[in-house]
Design a protein around this ligand. Sequence first.
Ligand code: GDP
Length: 197
Amino acid sequence: LFSGPIHFIKGVVRIDGLPVEPLPEVAFAGRSNVGKSSLLNALTGRKALARTSNTPGRTRELNYFRVGDLLYIVDMPGYGYAKAPKSQVKGWNELIYAYLRGRPQLKRVFLLIDARHGIKNTDKDVLALMDEAAVSYQVVLTKIDKISAGQLKRVQSETAAYLAKHPAAHPDIIATSAQKRLGIDDLRAAIVELIAA
Ligand code: GDP
Protein backbone atom coordinates (compact mmCIF):
# COMPACT_ATOMS: atom_id res chain seq x y z
CA LEU A 1 0.00 0.00 0.00
CA PHE A 2 2.66 2.50 0.98
CA SER A 3 5.32 1.36 -1.48
CA GLY A 4 3.84 3.43 -4.32
CA PRO A 5 3.80 7.20 -4.72
CA ILE A 6 2.36 9.47 -2.03
CA HIS A 7 1.56 13.02 -3.01
CA PHE A 8 0.59 16.07 -1.06
CA ILE A 9 -2.72 17.19 -2.56
CA LYS A 10 -3.76 20.26 -0.62
CA GLY A 11 -4.24 21.92 2.72
CA VAL A 12 -7.92 22.43 3.39
CA VAL A 13 -8.94 25.42 5.50
CA ARG A 14 -12.62 25.55 4.60
CA ILE A 15 -15.09 22.77 4.37
CA ASP A 16 -15.90 23.57 0.73
CA GLY A 17 -12.25 22.93 -0.12
CA LEU A 18 -12.37 19.20 0.55
CA PRO A 19 -11.30 16.97 -2.36
CA VAL A 20 -14.27 15.67 -4.30
CA GLU A 21 -12.74 12.49 -5.62
CA PRO A 22 -14.48 9.57 -3.92
CA LEU A 23 -11.44 7.82 -2.43
CA PRO A 24 -11.65 6.30 1.03
CA GLU A 25 -9.72 8.24 3.62
CA VAL A 26 -8.30 7.84 7.10
CA ALA A 27 -7.42 10.77 9.32
CA PHE A 28 -4.83 11.27 12.06
CA ALA A 29 -5.51 13.53 15.01
CA GLY A 30 -3.78 14.28 18.28
CA ARG A 31 -2.47 16.91 20.63
CA SER A 32 0.42 19.01 19.41
CA ASN A 33 3.68 17.17 20.01
CA VAL A 34 2.01 13.77 20.36
CA GLY A 35 4.33 12.40 17.69
CA LYS A 36 1.93 12.56 14.73
CA SER A 37 4.49 13.68 12.17
CA SER A 38 6.95 11.04 13.31
CA LEU A 39 4.31 8.34 13.12
CA LEU A 40 3.10 9.38 9.66
CA ASN A 41 6.68 9.42 8.58
CA ALA A 42 7.26 5.88 9.92
CA LEU A 43 3.96 4.69 8.46
CA THR A 44 4.60 5.93 4.96
CA GLY A 45 8.38 5.96 4.86
CA ARG A 46 8.14 9.55 3.57
CA LYS A 47 9.96 12.27 5.43
CA ALA A 48 8.47 14.86 3.11
CA LEU A 49 4.97 14.07 4.28
CA ALA A 50 5.66 14.92 7.89
CA ARG A 51 7.66 17.98 6.90
CA THR A 52 4.77 19.38 4.86
CA SER A 53 2.38 18.99 7.74
CA ASN A 54 4.63 20.74 10.22
CA THR A 55 5.31 23.70 7.95
CA PRO A 56 4.16 26.87 9.71
CA GLY A 57 0.90 27.93 8.11
CA ARG A 58 0.00 24.35 7.27
CA THR A 59 -0.54 23.40 10.87
CA ARG A 60 -4.12 24.72 10.98
CA GLU A 61 -5.18 22.85 7.86
CA LEU A 62 -6.50 19.44 6.99
CA ASN A 63 -3.53 18.25 5.00
CA TYR A 64 -4.46 15.76 2.29
CA PHE A 65 -2.05 13.16 0.98
CA ARG A 66 -2.95 10.71 -1.71
CA VAL A 67 -1.62 7.17 -1.51
CA GLY A 68 -1.60 5.89 -5.09
CA ASP A 69 -5.16 5.51 -6.34
CA LEU A 70 -6.28 3.88 -3.13
CA LEU A 71 -6.54 6.23 -0.24
CA TYR A 72 -6.27 9.69 1.20
CA ILE A 73 -4.38 10.22 4.41
CA VAL A 74 -5.63 13.30 6.21
CA ASP A 75 -3.30 14.92 8.69
CA MET A 76 -5.53 16.89 11.03
CA PRO A 77 -4.26 19.98 12.81
CA GLY A 78 -2.77 19.33 16.25
CA TYR A 79 -4.88 20.57 19.14
CA GLY A 80 -4.37 21.42 22.77
CA TYR A 81 -1.46 23.75 22.25
CA ALA A 82 -1.50 25.71 25.48
CA LYS A 83 -0.81 29.11 23.95
CA ALA A 84 -3.31 28.83 21.12
CA PRO A 85 -5.75 31.75 21.20
CA LYS A 86 -9.36 30.90 21.96
CA SER A 87 -10.44 32.05 18.50
CA GLN A 88 -8.11 29.46 16.98
CA VAL A 89 -9.54 26.68 19.09
CA LYS A 90 -13.01 27.71 17.98
CA GLY A 91 -11.93 27.74 14.34
CA TRP A 92 -10.43 24.29 14.76
CA ASN A 93 -13.62 22.98 16.28
CA GLU A 94 -15.82 24.40 13.55
CA LEU A 95 -13.77 23.03 10.66
CA ILE A 96 -13.23 19.68 12.34
CA TYR A 97 -16.82 19.26 13.34
CA ALA A 98 -18.06 20.09 9.85
CA TYR A 99 -15.49 17.71 8.42
CA LEU A 100 -16.34 14.84 10.75
CA ARG A 101 -20.07 15.27 10.20
CA GLY A 102 -20.04 15.53 6.46
CA ARG A 103 -17.45 13.09 5.20
CA PRO A 104 -18.89 9.66 4.43
CA GLN A 105 -15.66 8.43 2.83
CA LEU A 106 -13.84 8.99 6.13
CA LYS A 107 -13.34 5.40 7.26
CA ARG A 108 -11.67 6.05 10.58
CA VAL A 109 -9.91 8.65 12.65
CA PHE A 110 -6.77 7.43 14.34
CA LEU A 111 -6.56 9.38 17.56
CA LEU A 112 -2.98 9.58 18.78
CA ILE A 113 -2.39 9.56 22.52
CA ASP A 114 1.00 9.95 24.16
CA ALA A 115 1.52 6.69 26.05
CA ARG A 116 3.17 8.56 28.92
CA HIS A 117 0.13 10.73 29.55
CA GLY A 118 -2.92 8.70 28.51
CA ILE A 119 -6.17 10.44 27.55
CA LYS A 120 -6.18 14.08 28.67
CA ASN A 121 -9.08 16.49 28.95
CA THR A 122 -8.55 18.02 25.50
CA ASP A 123 -8.53 14.51 24.05
CA LYS A 124 -11.83 13.87 25.79
CA ASP A 125 -13.32 16.92 24.07
CA VAL A 126 -12.24 15.55 20.70
CA LEU A 127 -13.54 12.11 21.57
CA ALA A 128 -16.89 13.65 22.43
CA LEU A 129 -16.91 15.44 19.08
CA MET A 130 -16.34 12.18 17.25
CA ASP A 131 -18.95 10.38 19.31
CA GLU A 132 -21.43 13.07 18.43
CA ALA A 133 -20.51 12.96 14.75
CA ALA A 134 -20.71 9.13 14.91
CA VAL A 135 -17.31 8.79 13.29
CA SER A 136 -15.39 5.59 13.84
CA TYR A 137 -12.14 6.21 15.68
CA GLN A 138 -9.31 4.18 17.11
CA VAL A 139 -6.70 5.11 19.68
CA VAL A 140 -3.04 4.83 18.79
CA LEU A 141 -0.61 5.15 21.68
CA THR A 142 2.63 6.88 20.70
CA LYS A 143 6.19 6.91 22.09
CA ILE A 144 5.83 3.60 23.92
CA ASP A 145 9.63 3.32 23.94
CA LYS A 146 9.54 5.97 26.68
CA ILE A 147 7.68 3.82 29.20
CA SER A 148 8.13 0.41 30.82
CA ALA A 149 6.11 -2.67 29.93
CA GLY A 150 4.23 -2.31 33.22
CA GLN A 151 3.36 1.31 32.51
CA LEU A 152 2.21 0.36 29.03
CA LYS A 153 -0.10 -2.30 30.45
CA ARG A 154 -1.58 0.23 32.84
CA VAL A 155 -2.21 2.93 30.22
CA GLN A 156 -3.67 0.33 27.88
CA SER A 157 -6.17 -0.89 30.43
CA GLU A 158 -7.08 2.64 31.58
CA THR A 159 -7.59 3.71 27.98
CA ALA A 160 -9.63 0.60 27.17
CA ALA A 161 -11.83 1.23 30.20
CA TYR A 162 -12.45 4.79 29.05
CA LEU A 163 -13.19 3.76 25.46
CA ALA A 164 -15.62 1.05 26.55
CA LYS A 165 -18.12 3.83 27.34
CA HIS A 166 -17.78 5.28 23.83
CA PRO A 167 -19.70 3.39 21.17
CA ALA A 168 -17.90 4.98 18.20
CA ALA A 169 -14.51 3.89 19.55
CA HIS A 170 -12.79 0.85 18.16
CA PRO A 171 -11.97 -1.41 21.12
CA ASP A 172 -8.46 -2.30 19.91
CA ILE A 173 -5.67 0.05 20.91
CA ILE A 174 -2.58 0.18 18.72
CA ALA A 175 0.66 0.70 20.65
CA THR A 176 3.44 2.36 18.65
CA SER A 177 6.86 3.89 18.73
CA ALA A 178 7.92 5.76 15.63
CA GLN A 179 11.42 5.88 16.96
CA LYS A 180 11.76 2.14 17.58
CA ARG A 181 9.38 1.28 14.74
CA LEU A 182 7.02 -0.64 17.00
CA GLY A 183 3.39 -1.22 16.06
CA ILE A 184 3.77 0.33 12.62
CA ASP A 185 2.74 -2.92 10.93
CA ASP A 186 -0.34 -3.12 13.15
CA LEU A 187 -1.33 0.37 12.06
CA ARG A 188 -0.75 -0.49 8.41
CA ALA A 189 -2.82 -3.65 8.78
CA ALA A 190 -5.69 -1.67 10.29
CA ILE A 191 -5.64 0.73 7.34
CA VAL A 192 -5.44 -2.05 4.77
CA GLU A 193 -8.43 -3.74 6.39
CA LEU A 194 -10.42 -0.51 6.24
CA ILE A 195 -9.90 0.14 2.54
CA ALA A 196 -10.49 -3.51 1.65
CA ALA A 197 -13.85 -3.42 3.43
P1 GDP B 1 3.70 16.24 16.27
O1 GDP B 1 3.72 17.64 16.77
O2 GDP B 1 2.55 15.49 16.83
O3 GDP B 1 3.79 16.12 14.79
O4 GDP B 1 4.97 15.50 16.92
P2 GDP B 1 6.40 15.16 16.31
O5 GDP B 1 6.35 13.97 15.44
O6 GDP B 1 7.00 16.39 15.73
O7 GDP B 1 7.17 14.71 17.65
C1 GDP B 1 7.21 15.55 18.78
C2 GDP B 1 8.44 15.18 19.61
O8 GDP B 1 8.33 13.84 20.07
C3 GDP B 1 9.74 15.21 18.79
O9 GDP B 1 10.75 15.69 19.64
C4 GDP B 1 9.98 13.77 18.42
O10 GDP B 1 11.34 13.47 18.25
C5 GDP B 1 9.41 13.03 19.62
N1 GDP B 1 8.91 11.71 19.24
C6 GDP B 1 8.03 11.42 18.27
N2 GDP B 1 7.79 10.10 18.20
C7 GDP B 1 8.56 9.50 19.13
C8 GDP B 1 8.75 8.14 19.54
O11 GDP B 1 8.18 7.18 19.03
N3 GDP B 1 9.63 7.95 20.58
C9 GDP B 1 10.28 8.97 21.19
N4 GDP B 1 11.10 8.68 22.21
N5 GDP B 1 10.12 10.26 20.82
C10 GDP B 1 9.27 10.54 19.81
